[in-house]
Design a protein around this ligand. Sequence first.
Ligand code: NAP
Length: 571
Amino acid sequence: MVLKAHVSFLLFTPTNHRRDNSVSRSMYALLRRGSACRKLALSLSSSRSSVPTAATLWHQPACFSTASPAARSASAAASIRRVGIVGAGPSGFYVAKYLLKELGPSATVEMIDCLPTPFGLVRTGVAPDHPEVKSVQNDFGKVAEDPRFRFFGNVRVGQDVGMAELRGFYDVVVLAYGASEDRTLGIPGEDTLEGVIGARTFVNWYNGHPEYAQDEKLTTMLRDILAQPGAQAAVLGQGNVALDCARVLAKQPADLASSDICEHALEVLRQSHLTTMSVIGRRGHGQAAFTIKELRELSRIAGATLVVPPEEVAQGLTPFTIAELAQSRPRKRLADLVESLPAPSAAAAAAPAAAGRTVALRFLLIPKALLPDPARPHRVGAIVLERARLQQEGGEGGRVVAVGTGEMIEMPCNLVLRSIGYKSQPLEGVPFDNRRAVVPNRQGRVFVDAPAAPGALAAAAAAVEVVPGMYCTGWVKRGPTGIINTNIYDARETVASIVEDAGHGKLPTPSSSSSSLLDVLAKVGRKKVEEVVTWEGYRKIDAYECEVGATRGKPREKVIDAQELVRIATK
Ligand code: NAP
């Protein structure tokens, strides 16, 4: 079964084949066993052996040595001919950047993405009013100008081409496909009521991800809900994604009009009668996941007032939270800013009948259920929240968690954005840790758990089997945390592993006789090669979007129709 792509904070959606919690182990079994798994086995073996054996999977203890400068031999890296990177977002681009510094003049680094456009989250995730963050595209553009770089957009790995074919063609495959699914709350009403959407959906929608921006039903629903007089929204979760969503909803459309927000979204926001928005956290302000810059921005929106109930702030100031805040200056500054915000009553008194919007930071509230609107029972009308108190898990020094008190409150709301984080999806032919929702790896080397031999010592039980030539980076490697720059360290580590493995002769020799990925795609026969978008094709899209944007006083107007993007790129 091939799932629909949900790219935003991510780049492409792989084929979903496994649901159990022991995928690494079952992958190991597949790798080791026989003919039923031959296709997969071939994908994970070198050309020298059609079925993987202990020799084609090199066995390593869980604790790897770090790459020594001596091991990073230029000649070894120069022996790498072709690298395929799955996903053209920031994590993939940083790997390309550092790999190109190591590889020889005849090597190629090829990036594959399911979207016709590169840059992943930088294009479809970063908020439109954060152009300074998007400027990293210029750096990635320089990487792409290297004659050894190739881009293959509009190619979905797991559908148009499998991991087996990629591994047969590339010396090295780097998985950089990010996290394309939402974490879910698992509460009643979450999946059934209209008006309850993932923050990722909202972000993709206003940022022009074709799959969301072209969704007429979504646009109509958002328009209907936001245009209701006195509409109220709730954002569940208090990370930076939650604050991005709250800011876009709270801002005056005129203040977004010169950004690269898509026109269809601006049009809906122009009709918005949203009055109140609550950004709801289950823990206290001392544990909030957002950062101070983003909070400051939210407190300075023209026409909107950011408030916080003082009693929720006071309840969050437990002795252990105060002690924790004393240990961290950035956290303390963030907490001080929250504590300095006006109470809802004070804000209302200062600006009675304000035409503006109110954004409320709410703390210590656990989402329990979503209730239908009695007037429109298919739509959400309220959220049930349980008041929480803070507790240290396992006693003193333990992680601070929210514990329900049994006291429930009901908060009216017409739109609910669930913003509690993302998760990666498994990709056929790639080991996957279902519990952590990442590709299991050590310093970017993909591995499968090796079952302990009978009677083996505990140390041996911790051994892993590295999958030769397969690496990962970014969110699929470390989980969905960190800013764009976090990918730099991640990429450097993965590149160091690749170089070190090349130095030790641990890379497999690809078996394919194809001369290019287009050749591979043609042989597979599931993708029309003339629909593949190259870097030159993307430059046409870029030029077109910037030209249209200029006529509207925007840096670009994104094309939201996937077919139109391909048409522009390939004409
Ligand atoms: P995040 O930072 O991990 O925040 C997730 C939020 O959801 C937390 O407040 C978390 O609360 C809450 N949550 C998780 N499970 C929950 C549950 N079952 N019930 C209620 N609340 C729950 O995730 P994110 O906002 O998606 O951001 C992902 C990464 O991208 C972050 O590293 C972020 O900084 C980064 N990012 C950065 C920017 C920027 O720099 N401007 C913009 C966007 C994203 P707990 O803490 O209690 O678990």
